[in-house]
Ligand binder design. Structure first.
Ligand code: NAP
Length: 253
C-alpha cells in the first residue's frame, strides 16, 4: 500500500467510553474507522460524530468472544473500508466479586471478552497486516493488572493481555507489525460509574475520592487514553513495540 492511502482501523467496544473517544481520535488522525461493538445500532453516535467531522466510519455489530462473528466482522471491514491494519482491542466487561463469591460464569465472561476476544480479533486481522507489511495492535490492559480487590478475574485477564502483547510484538515484528498495551487508571466512563453503583457510592463522590489518590489530582477522561493509543498506532511509533504504558495520572506501586 502507498503511504498516502488511508489506513483502516478497527476499535472494539467503540460505541462508548474509551472506545468511542479512540475511534474519534483515530479518525482525526486520518484513519477510516470501523466502530465495532456488540450492538451495531449502539455504534451510531460514534460513527455520526466521525462522519460529521468529515471522516470515514463504519458501524459493525460483533461479539468479540465469538469466533464466527469475529471472522465475519473483519471480512466485512476489509470489504467495505479496506484491509484493517490498525486494531485496538478495547471491548471489555466487569464481573467484580470477591473470590469466594465469584461464579464460574463471572470468571468465564471476563476471560472470554478480554482475552479470547483480543486473541480472536488479532488473529483475524494479522493476515491483513502481514500482507501490508504494516500493522499496529493496541491492547487495553489496566492498572488492575497489578492486583485489585474484587477483581481476580479482571486483573488476571488484564495481566494476561500484557503477556499477549509482548508475544505479539516478538512474533509479528518482522512483518512491520508492532503491539503495545495501554493500561488506564481511573477513567470516567460507564464502567467506573457501574463500579460506583456496585459499592453504593454517588459517582461524583467516587471520582472525587479517587482523585485524591492520583498524583495529578484528577481522574482520567477517555480522551487521555485515546491520545496514548493515537501515539502507538501512528506511523512514527514503528520502533516502539511490546511496551505497556500506564496512563494513570502518576506511577503505580
Ligand atoms: P465501557 O464504557 O463499559 O465500554 C465497553 C464497551 O465494550 C461497551 O460499549 C460494551 O458494549 C462493549 N463490549 C462489551 N462486551 C463486548 C463484546 N463481547 N464484544 C464487543 N463489544 C463488547 O468501558 P470503558 O471504561 O470505556 O473501558 C474500555 C476498556 O478499557 C476496557 O477494556 C476496560 O477494561 C479498559 N479499562 C477501563 C478503565 C476505566 O477506568 N474506565 C480502566 C482500565 C481499563 P455493551 O454496552 O453492549 O456491553
Amino acid at each position: 500500500m502507498s503511504t498516502t492511502e488511508q489506513r483502516v482501523a478497527i476499535v472494539t467496544g467503540g460505541a462508548r467510553g474509551i472506545g468511542a473517544a479512540t475511534a474519534v481520535r483515530l479518525a482525526e488522525e486520518g484513519r477510516a474507522v470501523a466502530v465495532l461493538d456488540l450492538d451495531e445500532s449502539a455504534c451510531k453516535d460514534t460513527v455520526e460524530k466521525i462522519t460529521a467531522a468529515g471522516g470515514k466510519a463504519l458501524a459493525v455489530g460483533c461479539d468479540v468472544s465469538d469466533p464466527e462473528q469475529v471472522e465475519a466482522a473483519v471480512a466485512r471491514v476489509a470489504e467495505e473500508l479496506g484491509a484493517p491494519t490498525i486494531l485496538v482491542n478495547n471491548a471489555g466487561v466487569l464481573r467484580d466479586n470477591l473470590l469466594f463469591k465469584m461464579s464460574d460464569s463471572d470468571w468465564d465472561t471476563v476471560m472470554n471478552v478480554h482475552l479470547k476476544g483480543a486473541f480472536l480479533m488479532t488473529r483475524a486481522c494479522q493476515k491483513h497486516m502481514v500482507d501490508a507489511q504494516f500493522g499496529r495492535v493496541v491492547n487495553l490492559s489496566s492498572s488492575s493488572a497489578l492486583g485489585n480487590r474484587g477483581q481476580v478475574n479482571y486483573s488476571a485477564a488484564k495481566a494476561g493481555l500484557q503477556g499477549f502483547t509482548k508475544t505479539l510484538a516478538k512474533e509479528l515484528g518482522k512483518f512491520g507489525v508492532t503491539a503495545n498495551s495501554v493500561a488506564p487508571g481511573f477513567i470516567v466512563t460507564e464502567m467506573t460509574a457501574s463500579t460506583a453503583a456496585r459499592v453504593g457510592m454517588d459517582f461524583e463522590e467516587f471520582q472525587a475520592a479517587a482523585a485524591t489518590q492520583i498524583p495529578v489530582q484528577r481522574v482520567g477522561r477517555p480522551e487521555d487514553i485515546a491520545n496514548a493509543i493515537a501515539f502507538f498506532t501512528g506511523d512514527a511509533a514503528g520502533f516502539v513495540s511490546g511496551q505497556v504504558m500506564y496512563v494513570a495520572g502518576g506511577p503505580l506501586n
